[in-house]
Design a binder for this molecule. Structure first.
Ligand code: BES
Ligand code: MN
Ligand code: MN
Length: 458
Protein backbone atom coordinates (compact mmCIF):
# COMPACT_ATOMS: atom_id res chain seq x y z
CA UNK A 1 0.00 0.00 0.00
CA UNK A 2 1.13 3.57 -0.65
CA UNK A 3 -0.31 5.59 2.26
CA UNK A 4 1.16 8.78 0.81
CA UNK A 5 -1.48 8.54 -1.93
CA UNK A 6 -4.27 8.51 0.64
CA UNK A 7 -3.72 11.86 2.34
CA UNK A 8 -6.40 14.44 1.80
CA UNK A 9 -4.04 16.49 -0.40
CA UNK A 10 -3.06 13.48 -2.51
CA UNK A 11 -6.70 12.48 -3.00
CA UNK A 12 -7.67 16.02 -3.92
CA UNK A 13 -4.84 15.99 -6.45
CA UNK A 14 -6.07 12.62 -7.78
CA UNK A 15 -9.54 14.08 -8.22
CA UNK A 16 -8.25 17.18 -10.05
CA UNK A 17 -6.10 15.05 -12.32
CA UNK A 18 -9.10 12.91 -13.27
CA UNK A 19 -11.65 15.70 -13.50
CA UNK A 20 -11.77 15.70 -17.31
CA UNK A 21 -12.27 11.94 -17.37
CA UNK A 22 -14.93 12.16 -14.66
CA UNK A 23 -16.86 14.74 -16.67
CA UNK A 24 -16.56 12.75 -19.89
CA UNK A 25 -17.86 9.57 -18.25
CA UNK A 26 -20.73 11.36 -16.55
CA UNK A 27 -21.64 13.03 -19.83
CA UNK A 28 -21.85 9.65 -21.58
CA UNK A 29 -24.25 8.32 -18.96
CA UNK A 30 -26.39 11.46 -18.58
CA UNK A 31 -26.92 11.70 -22.33
CA UNK A 32 -28.65 8.31 -22.36
CA UNK A 33 -32.29 8.96 -21.37
CA UNK A 34 -32.65 5.89 -19.14
CA UNK A 35 -36.17 6.73 -17.95
CA UNK A 36 -37.46 3.59 -16.28
CA UNK A 37 -41.05 4.84 -16.09
CA UNK A 38 -41.32 5.14 -19.88
CA UNK A 39 -41.70 1.79 -21.68
CA UNK A 40 -40.60 3.38 -24.96
CA UNK A 41 -37.19 4.05 -23.38
CA UNK A 42 -36.37 0.36 -22.89
CA UNK A 43 -33.65 0.48 -25.61
CA UNK A 44 -32.04 3.40 -23.73
CA UNK A 45 -32.15 1.41 -20.49
CA UNK A 46 -30.28 -1.42 -22.20
CA UNK A 47 -27.84 1.02 -23.84
CA UNK A 48 -27.21 2.58 -20.43
CA UNK A 49 -26.47 -0.84 -18.92
CA UNK A 50 -23.94 -1.50 -21.70
CA UNK A 51 -22.33 1.92 -21.29
CA UNK A 52 -22.08 1.39 -17.53
CA UNK A 53 -20.45 -2.01 -18.00
CA UNK A 54 -18.04 -0.49 -20.52
CA UNK A 55 -17.14 2.18 -17.99
CA UNK A 56 -15.84 -0.39 -15.49
CA UNK A 57 -13.86 -2.12 -18.22
CA UNK A 58 -12.34 1.18 -19.36
CA UNK A 59 -10.74 1.50 -15.95
CA UNK A 60 -9.45 -2.02 -15.54
CA UNK A 61 -12.45 -3.55 -13.82
CA UNK A 62 -14.62 -6.48 -14.84
CA UNK A 63 -18.28 -6.00 -15.60
CA UNK A 64 -21.39 -8.03 -16.20
CA UNK A 65 -24.91 -7.14 -17.17
CA UNK A 66 -27.09 -9.37 -15.00
CA UNK A 67 -30.52 -10.36 -16.23
CA UNK A 68 -33.61 -9.93 -14.03
CA UNK A 69 -37.30 -10.35 -14.91
CA UNK A 70 -37.27 -6.60 -15.62
CA UNK A 71 -34.45 -4.17 -16.35
CA UNK A 72 -30.95 -5.61 -15.95
CA UNK A 73 -28.49 -4.93 -13.13
CA UNK A 74 -24.91 -3.94 -13.79
CA UNK A 75 -22.18 -5.50 -11.65
CA UNK A 76 -18.71 -3.94 -11.83
CA UNK A 77 -15.77 -5.43 -9.94
CA UNK A 78 -12.28 -4.39 -8.98
CA UNK A 79 -10.25 -7.10 -7.29
CA UNK A 80 -11.23 -10.67 -6.57
CA UNK A 81 -9.01 -11.85 -3.74
CA UNK A 82 -10.95 -14.18 -1.42
CA UNK A 83 -8.62 -13.37 1.47
CA UNK A 84 -9.61 -9.67 1.38
CA UNK A 85 -12.79 -7.95 2.56
CA UNK A 86 -15.31 -7.05 -0.12
CA UNK A 87 -17.42 -3.90 -0.15
CA UNK A 88 -20.34 -3.21 -2.49
CA UNK A 89 -21.45 0.24 -3.60
CA UNK A 90 -25.06 0.59 -4.74
CA UNK A 91 -26.29 3.29 -7.12
CA UNK A 92 -29.03 3.51 -9.74
CA UNK A 93 -28.66 4.38 -13.40
CA UNK A 94 -32.31 4.95 -14.23
CA UNK A 95 -33.76 8.43 -14.04
CA UNK A 96 -37.05 10.26 -13.71
CA UNK A 97 -38.83 11.64 -16.79
CA UNK A 98 -37.79 15.19 -17.64
CA UNK A 99 -40.74 16.86 -19.31
CA UNK A 100 -41.01 19.86 -16.96
CA UNK A 101 -41.33 23.10 -18.94
CA UNK A 102 -38.87 24.91 -16.65
CA UNK A 103 -35.74 23.22 -18.05
CA UNK A 104 -33.42 25.90 -19.39
CA UNK A 105 -31.34 23.38 -21.36
CA UNK A 106 -32.01 20.01 -22.95
CA UNK A 107 -32.30 17.63 -19.94
CA UNK A 108 -30.41 14.93 -21.80
CA UNK A 109 -27.57 17.18 -22.95
CA UNK A 110 -24.88 17.27 -20.25
CA UNK A 111 -24.02 20.92 -19.70
CA UNK A 112 -21.10 22.27 -17.70
CA UNK A 113 -21.19 25.77 -16.25
CA UNK A 114 -18.17 26.40 -14.08
CA UNK A 115 -18.33 23.71 -11.41
CA UNK A 116 -21.97 22.83 -12.08
CA UNK A 117 -23.17 19.90 -14.17
CA UNK A 118 -26.73 20.05 -15.40
CA UNK A 119 -28.95 17.33 -16.82
CA UNK A 120 -31.44 14.68 -15.74
CA UNK A 121 -29.66 12.10 -13.58
CA UNK A 122 -26.61 14.27 -12.80
CA UNK A 123 -27.36 14.07 -9.06
CA UNK A 124 -29.95 11.24 -8.95
CA UNK A 125 -27.98 9.14 -9.25
CA UNK A 126 -25.40 9.00 -12.04
CA UNK A 127 -23.08 11.68 -10.61
CA UNK A 128 -22.69 9.99 -7.21
CA UNK A 129 -22.20 6.63 -8.98
CA UNK A 130 -19.33 7.91 -11.12
CA UNK A 131 -17.90 9.69 -8.07
CA UNK A 132 -17.78 6.41 -6.13
CA UNK A 133 -16.12 4.74 -9.12
CA UNK A 134 -13.32 7.33 -9.18
CA UNK A 135 -12.99 6.95 -5.40
CA UNK A 136 -12.40 3.25 -6.01
CA UNK A 137 -9.80 4.02 -8.66
CA UNK A 138 -7.94 6.24 -6.18
CA UNK A 139 -8.02 3.46 -3.58
CA UNK A 140 -6.78 0.94 -6.18
CA UNK A 141 -3.93 3.20 -7.23
CA UNK A 142 -2.87 3.45 -3.59
CA UNK A 143 -2.99 -0.34 -3.27
CA UNK A 144 -5.77 -0.47 -0.64
CA UNK A 145 -6.25 -4.20 0.03
CA UNK A 146 -9.97 -4.59 -0.65
CA UNK A 147 -12.30 -5.99 -3.32
CA UNK A 148 -14.81 -3.41 -4.54
CA UNK A 149 -18.07 -4.27 -6.25
CA UNK A 150 -20.52 -1.85 -7.84
CA UNK A 151 -24.15 -2.80 -8.11
CA UNK A 152 -26.06 -0.43 -10.39
CA UNK A 153 -29.84 -0.79 -10.70
CA UNK A 154 -31.99 0.41 -13.62
CA UNK A 155 -35.45 0.26 -11.99
CA UNK A 156 -35.06 2.26 -8.79
CA UNK A 157 -37.28 5.13 -9.90
CA UNK A 158 -40.22 2.79 -10.42
CA UNK A 159 -39.94 1.09 -7.05
CA UNK A 160 -37.40 -1.69 -7.80
CA UNK A 161 -39.99 -4.28 -8.94
CA UNK A 162 -37.41 -6.88 -10.09
CA UNK A 163 -34.57 -6.14 -7.72
CA UNK A 164 -35.31 -8.84 -5.14
CA UNK A 165 -35.58 -11.57 -7.79
CA UNK A 166 -32.49 -10.25 -9.58
CA UNK A 167 -30.19 -10.23 -6.59
CA UNK A 168 -31.52 -13.53 -5.29
CA UNK A 169 -30.69 -15.26 -8.57
CA UNK A 170 -27.20 -13.68 -8.66
CA UNK A 171 -26.57 -13.92 -4.94
CA UNK A 172 -23.28 -15.81 -5.28
CA UNK A 173 -21.74 -13.12 -7.46
CA UNK A 174 -22.92 -10.46 -5.05
CA UNK A 175 -21.32 -11.84 -1.90
CA UNK A 176 -20.04 -8.96 0.17
CA UNK A 177 -19.02 -7.92 3.67
CA UNK A 178 -20.35 -4.39 3.51
CA UNK A 179 -22.84 -2.34 1.50
CA UNK A 180 -22.79 1.39 1.02
CA UNK A 181 -25.51 3.29 -0.84
CA UNK A 182 -24.86 6.68 -2.43
CA UNK A 183 -28.34 7.98 -3.26
CA UNK A 184 -29.27 10.40 -0.48
CA UNK A 185 -29.09 14.15 0.22
CA UNK A 186 -27.22 16.30 2.72
CA UNK A 187 -28.85 18.89 4.98
CA UNK A 188 -27.41 21.60 2.74
CA UNK A 189 -23.99 22.43 1.22
CA UNK A 190 -21.25 22.00 3.84
CA UNK A 191 -23.52 19.92 6.08
CA UNK A 192 -23.20 16.22 5.35
CA UNK A 193 -25.75 13.81 6.72
CA UNK A 194 -26.30 10.10 6.59
CA UNK A 195 -29.73 8.56 7.11
CA UNK A 196 -30.63 6.16 9.88
CA UNK A 197 -33.95 5.52 8.24
CA UNK A 198 -35.90 5.87 5.00
CA UNK A 199 -39.61 6.22 4.49
CA UNK A 200 -41.50 3.57 2.61
CA UNK A 201 -44.15 4.20 -0.02
CA UNK A 202 -47.53 2.79 -0.93
CA UNK A 203 -49.41 4.02 -3.98
CA UNK A 204 -53.07 3.83 -4.90
CA UNK A 205 -55.54 5.19 -7.45
CA UNK A 206 -59.16 6.14 -7.09
CA UNK A 207 -61.54 6.12 -10.03
CA UNK A 208 -65.16 7.14 -10.27
CA UNK A 209 -67.48 6.96 -13.26
CA UNK A 210 -71.00 8.36 -13.20
CA UNK A 211 -71.84 8.50 -16.92
CA UNK A 212 -70.19 7.44 -20.16
CA UNK A 213 -69.85 10.85 -21.84
CA UNK A 214 -69.80 14.59 -21.15
CA UNK A 215 -73.19 15.98 -20.15
CA UNK A 216 -74.52 19.53 -20.58
CA UNK A 217 -74.44 21.09 -17.13
CA UNK A 218 -77.33 23.37 -18.02
CA UNK A 219 -79.50 20.42 -18.97
CA UNK A 220 -78.62 17.93 -16.21
CA UNK A 221 -76.55 19.98 -13.75
CA UNK A 222 -77.91 20.05 -10.24
CA UNK A 223 -79.55 16.68 -10.59
CA UNK A 224 -76.75 14.59 -12.14
CA UNK A 225 -73.80 13.51 -10.02
CA UNK A 226 -70.47 15.22 -10.67
CA UNK A 227 -67.64 12.69 -10.25
CA UNK A 228 -64.98 15.37 -9.96
CA UNK A 229 -66.55 17.17 -7.03
CA UNK A 230 -67.39 13.81 -5.47
CA UNK A 231 -63.83 12.57 -5.64
CA UNK A 232 -62.59 15.85 -4.23
CA UNK A 233 -64.88 15.23 -1.28
CA UNK A 234 -63.49 11.72 -0.85
CA UNK A 235 -59.96 13.07 -0.81
CA UNK A 236 -60.89 15.86 1.58
CA UNK A 237 -62.32 13.29 3.99
CA UNK A 238 -59.08 11.31 3.88
CA UNK A 239 -56.56 14.12 4.30
CA UNK A 240 -56.76 17.69 5.55
CA UNK A 241 -55.40 19.79 2.69
CA UNK A 242 -54.26 22.55 4.99
CA UNK A 243 -52.46 20.64 7.76
CA UNK A 244 -51.67 17.42 5.90
CA UNK A 245 -53.23 15.46 8.77
CA UNK A 246 -54.57 12.10 7.61
CA UNK A 247 -58.09 11.58 8.94
CA UNK A 248 -58.39 7.82 8.44
CA UNK A 249 -58.94 6.05 11.76
CA UNK A 250 -55.86 4.12 12.88
CA UNK A 251 -53.58 5.61 10.23
CA UNK A 252 -50.97 6.72 12.78
CA UNK A 253 -51.33 3.71 15.11
CA UNK A 254 -47.96 2.07 14.33
CA UNK A 255 -45.93 5.27 14.20
CA UNK A 256 -43.10 5.18 16.72
CA UNK A 257 -41.96 8.69 17.61
CA UNK A 258 -38.24 9.45 17.13
CA UNK A 259 -36.12 8.72 20.20
CA UNK A 260 -34.69 11.49 22.36
CA UNK A 261 -31.27 10.76 20.85
CA UNK A 262 -32.59 11.01 17.31
CA UNK A 263 -34.32 14.28 18.06
CA UNK A 264 -31.06 15.61 19.47
CA UNK A 265 -29.23 14.56 16.29
CA UNK A 266 -31.86 16.31 14.20
CA UNK A 267 -31.78 19.43 16.34
CA UNK A 268 -28.01 19.73 16.00
CA UNK A 269 -27.83 18.68 12.33
CA UNK A 270 -27.49 22.24 11.08
CA UNK A 271 -30.94 22.24 9.49
CA UNK A 272 -32.66 25.59 9.07
CA UNK A 273 -36.04 26.31 7.55
CA UNK A 274 -34.60 29.25 5.66
CA UNK A 275 -32.04 27.18 3.69
CA UNK A 276 -34.58 24.38 3.26
CA UNK A 277 -36.97 26.81 1.58
CA UNK A 278 -34.22 28.35 -0.48
CA UNK A 279 -32.64 25.04 -1.57
CA UNK A 280 -35.99 23.63 -2.65
CA UNK A 281 -37.39 26.96 -3.86
CA UNK A 282 -40.56 26.55 -1.80
CA UNK A 283 -42.96 29.52 -1.46
CA UNK A 284 -44.81 28.50 1.67
CA UNK A 285 -44.73 25.84 4.35
CA UNK A 286 -47.24 24.18 6.65
CA UNK A 287 -44.98 24.95 9.58
CA UNK A 288 -41.89 27.12 10.06
CA UNK A 289 -40.72 25.39 13.24
CA UNK A 290 -37.48 23.56 12.32
CA UNK A 291 -37.85 20.43 14.45
CA UNK A 292 -41.48 20.16 13.44
CA UNK A 293 -40.45 20.29 9.75
CA UNK A 294 -37.96 17.45 10.31
CA UNK A 295 -40.43 15.38 12.27
CA UNK A 296 -42.90 15.73 9.44
CA UNK A 297 -40.46 14.87 6.65
CA UNK A 298 -38.43 12.16 8.38
CA UNK A 299 -40.58 10.83 11.19
CA UNK A 300 -44.21 10.92 10.09
CA UNK A 301 -46.25 9.22 7.38
CA UNK A 302 -48.09 11.27 4.78
CA UNK A 303 -50.88 10.99 2.28
CA UNK A 304 -50.16 12.98 -0.84
CA UNK A 305 -52.38 13.69 -3.85
CA UNK A 306 -50.24 13.67 -6.99
CA UNK A 307 -52.73 14.03 -9.78
CA UNK A 308 -56.40 14.48 -10.44
CA UNK A 309 -57.47 13.83 -14.00
CA UNK A 310 -60.86 14.50 -15.42
CA UNK A 311 -63.04 17.13 -16.98
CA UNK A 312 -62.25 20.02 -19.24
CA UNK A 313 -59.04 22.04 -18.86
CA UNK A 314 -58.79 23.65 -22.31
CA UNK A 315 -59.27 27.34 -23.13
CA UNK A 316 -62.53 29.17 -22.49
CA UNK A 317 -65.71 27.69 -21.12
CA UNK A 318 -66.96 24.19 -21.71
CA UNK A 319 -69.55 23.78 -19.00
CA UNK A 320 -69.85 20.00 -19.09
CA UNK A 321 -70.50 17.59 -16.28
CA UNK A 322 -67.59 15.17 -16.71
CA UNK A 323 -68.35 11.46 -16.81
CA UNK A 324 -65.31 10.15 -14.95
CA UNK A 325 -62.33 11.09 -12.84
CA UNK A 326 -59.16 9.50 -11.57
CA UNK A 327 -56.88 10.47 -8.67
CA UNK A 328 -53.36 9.23 -7.99
CA UNK A 329 -52.13 9.19 -4.41
CA UNK A 330 -49.37 7.72 -2.26
CA UNK A 331 -48.68 7.32 1.41
CA UNK A 332 -45.13 7.64 2.73
CA UNK A 333 -44.59 5.20 5.57
CA UNK A 334 -42.23 5.39 8.52
CA UNK A 335 -40.43 2.48 10.22
CA UNK A 336 -42.75 0.05 12.01
CA UNK A 337 -45.65 0.81 9.70
CA UNK A 338 -46.92 -2.02 7.54
CA UNK A 339 -47.79 -0.88 4.02
CA UNK A 340 -50.42 -3.57 3.46
CA UNK A 341 -52.13 -2.86 6.72
CA UNK A 342 -52.10 0.87 6.03
CA UNK A 343 -53.55 0.51 2.56
CA UNK A 344 -56.26 -1.85 3.85
CA UNK A 345 -57.32 0.80 6.35
CA UNK A 346 -57.48 3.41 3.62
CA UNK A 347 -59.34 1.10 1.29
CA UNK A 348 -61.86 0.09 3.94
CA UNK A 349 -62.53 3.75 4.69
CA UNK A 350 -63.17 4.59 1.04
CA UNK A 351 -65.23 1.45 0.35
CA UNK A 352 -67.46 2.03 3.31
CA UNK A 353 -68.25 5.67 2.67
CA UNK A 354 -68.03 5.84 -1.09
CA UNK A 355 -68.92 2.39 -2.40
CA UNK A 356 -68.98 3.64 -6.02
CA UNK A 357 -65.34 4.67 -5.96
CA UNK A 358 -62.97 2.03 -7.29
CA UNK A 359 -59.83 1.62 -5.25
CA UNK A 360 -56.72 0.33 -7.04
CA UNK A 361 -53.71 -0.62 -4.91
CA UNK A 362 -50.31 -0.06 -6.49
CA UNK A 363 -46.75 -1.16 -5.85
CA UNK A 364 -45.22 -0.44 -2.46
CA UNK A 365 -41.89 -0.17 -0.68
CA UNK A 366 -41.32 -0.98 2.96
CA UNK A 367 -39.81 1.66 5.26
CA UNK A 368 -36.24 1.12 6.44
CA UNK A 369 -34.72 1.46 9.86
CA UNK A 370 -30.97 2.03 9.71
CA UNK A 371 -27.92 1.82 11.91
CA UNK A 372 -25.94 4.55 13.63
CA UNK A 373 -23.36 2.70 15.66
CA UNK A 374 -20.49 0.29 15.08
CA UNK A 375 -17.40 0.36 12.86
CA UNK A 376 -19.23 0.87 9.55
CA UNK A 377 -21.14 3.88 10.86
CA UNK A 378 -17.87 5.27 12.21
CA UNK A 379 -16.22 4.70 8.81
CA UNK A 380 -18.91 6.86 7.17
CA UNK A 381 -18.52 9.65 9.71
CA UNK A 382 -14.76 9.54 9.32
CA UNK A 383 -14.96 9.64 5.51
CA UNK A 384 -17.08 12.81 5.50
CA UNK A 385 -14.95 14.55 8.13
CA UNK A 386 -11.76 13.59 6.29
CA UNK A 387 -12.89 14.67 2.84
CA UNK A 388 -15.14 17.64 3.57
CA UNK A 389 -13.82 18.80 6.94
CA UNK A 390 -17.36 18.81 8.32
CA UNK A 391 -19.04 16.48 10.81
CA UNK A 392 -21.94 14.41 9.50
CA UNK A 393 -25.28 14.18 11.24
CA UNK A 394 -27.30 11.01 11.61
CA UNK A 395 -30.68 11.97 10.22
CA UNK A 396 -33.34 10.17 8.24
CA UNK A 397 -34.60 10.54 4.70
CA UNK A 398 -38.15 11.25 3.75
CA UNK A 399 -37.59 9.49 0.42
CA UNK A 400 -37.52 5.81 -0.41
CA UNK A 401 -35.00 3.43 -1.99
CA UNK A 402 -36.51 0.02 -2.59
CA UNK A 403 -33.17 -1.79 -2.89
CA UNK A 404 -32.00 -1.03 0.64
CA UNK A 405 -34.13 -3.43 2.66
CA UNK A 406 -33.88 -6.04 -0.03
CA UNK A 407 -30.07 -5.98 0.04
CA UNK A 408 -30.03 -6.39 3.82
CA UNK A 409 -32.42 -9.32 3.59
CA UNK A 410 -30.92 -11.14 0.61
CA UNK A 411 -27.22 -10.36 0.97
CA UNK A 412 -27.27 -10.57 4.75
CA UNK A 413 -25.36 -7.45 5.65
CA UNK A 414 -26.21 -4.01 6.92
CA UNK A 415 -26.56 -1.03 4.60
CA UNK A 416 -24.92 2.35 5.27
CA UNK A 417 -25.15 5.55 3.28
CA UNK A 418 -22.48 7.80 1.80
CA UNK A 419 -24.65 10.23 -0.14
CA UNK A 420 -23.33 13.29 -1.98
CA UNK A 421 -26.38 15.09 -3.34
CA UNK A 422 -27.56 18.46 -2.08
CA UNK A 423 -31.14 19.70 -1.73
CA UNK A 424 -30.29 22.48 -4.20
CA UNK A 425 -29.31 19.88 -6.82
CA UNK A 426 -33.02 19.33 -7.34
CA UNK A 427 -33.86 15.63 -7.19
CA UNK A 428 -36.57 14.97 -9.82
CA UNK A 429 -36.82 18.70 -10.50
CA UNK A 430 -36.25 20.72 -13.68
CA UNK A 431 -32.60 21.80 -14.08
CA UNK A 432 -31.35 18.94 -11.92
CA UNK A 433 -27.63 19.41 -11.28
CA UNK A 434 -24.54 18.11 -9.51
CA UNK A 435 -21.23 19.80 -8.94
CA UNK A 436 -17.49 19.35 -8.75
CA UNK A 437 -17.27 20.30 -5.08
CA UNK A 438 -19.43 17.29 -4.18
CA UNK A 439 -17.74 15.05 -6.76
CA UNK A 440 -14.14 15.98 -5.92
CA UNK A 441 -14.80 15.69 -2.19
CA UNK A 442 -16.82 12.54 -2.79
CA UNK A 443 -13.91 10.85 -4.57
CA UNK A 444 -11.74 11.50 -1.51
CA UNK A 445 -14.53 10.40 0.86
CA UNK A 446 -15.01 7.10 -0.97
CA UNK A 447 -11.26 6.40 -1.15
CA UNK A 448 -10.99 7.03 2.57
CA UNK A 449 -14.00 4.82 3.28
CA UNK A 450 -12.49 1.95 1.24
CA UNK A 451 -9.23 2.33 3.13
CA UNK A 452 -10.96 2.17 6.52
CA UNK A 453 -13.16 -0.78 5.61
CA UNK A 454 -10.15 -2.67 4.21
CA UNK A 455 -8.93 -3.04 7.78
CA UNK A 456 -12.16 -4.69 9.00
CA UNK A 457 -12.38 -8.42 9.35
CA UNK A 458 -15.23 -9.76 7.23
N1 BES B 1 -32.65 9.01 -4.37
C1 BES B 1 -34.06 8.93 -4.19
C2 BES B 1 -34.43 8.61 -2.76
C3 BES B 1 -34.33 9.77 -1.84
C4 BES B 1 -35.26 10.79 -1.94
C5 BES B 1 -33.34 9.85 -0.92
C6 BES B 1 -35.18 11.88 -1.10
C7 BES B 1 -33.24 10.95 -0.11
C8 BES B 1 -34.17 11.96 -0.19
C9 BES B 1 -34.62 7.88 -5.10
O1 BES B 1 -34.05 7.92 -6.38
C10 BES B 1 -36.10 8.13 -5.29
O2 BES B 1 -36.42 9.13 -5.87
N2 BES B 1 -36.96 7.23 -4.83
C11 BES B 1 -38.35 7.30 -5.13
C12 BES B 1 -38.86 5.90 -5.19
C13 BES B 1 -40.25 5.76 -5.74
C14 BES B 1 -40.39 6.34 -7.11
C15 BES B 1 -40.66 4.32 -5.74
C16 BES B 1 -39.09 8.12 -4.09
O3 BES B 1 -38.65 8.21 -2.93
O4 BES B 1 -40.11 8.69 -4.45
MN1 MN C 1 -32.02 8.19 -6.30
MN1 MN D 1 -35.03 9.52 -7.53
Amino acid sequence: MKPELLTREALRAFAEKHRTAFEAELKTLVEIPSISADPSKKPDILRCAQAAAQLFENYGGRAEVLETPGNPLVLGRFGDDPSLPTVTVYNHMDVQPANEPEWTSDPFAFTVEGDTYRGRGTTDDKGPAVTALFGALAAREAGVPINIKFLWELEEEVGSPSFAKGITVHKEKLRTHAIVVSDTVWITRGKPSTPAGLRGLKGFRLTLETADHDLHSGVVGGAARNPLSELIKVIAEMVDGETGQVKIPGFYDEVVPPSAEELENWRTSGFTVETFKKDHMIFGMRTEEPLEVLKRVWGMPTMEVHGLVGGYTGPGIKAAVPPRVEAKLTCRLVPDMDGDKTIQRVKAFVNERFPDVDFHVEHGLAPFKGHTTGPYAEAIKDAYAFAFGAPCAFTREGGSIGAVRTMEEVLGCEVYFLGLSLPSHGYHAPNENYDWEQAGGGIAAFARYFQTVSTFKG
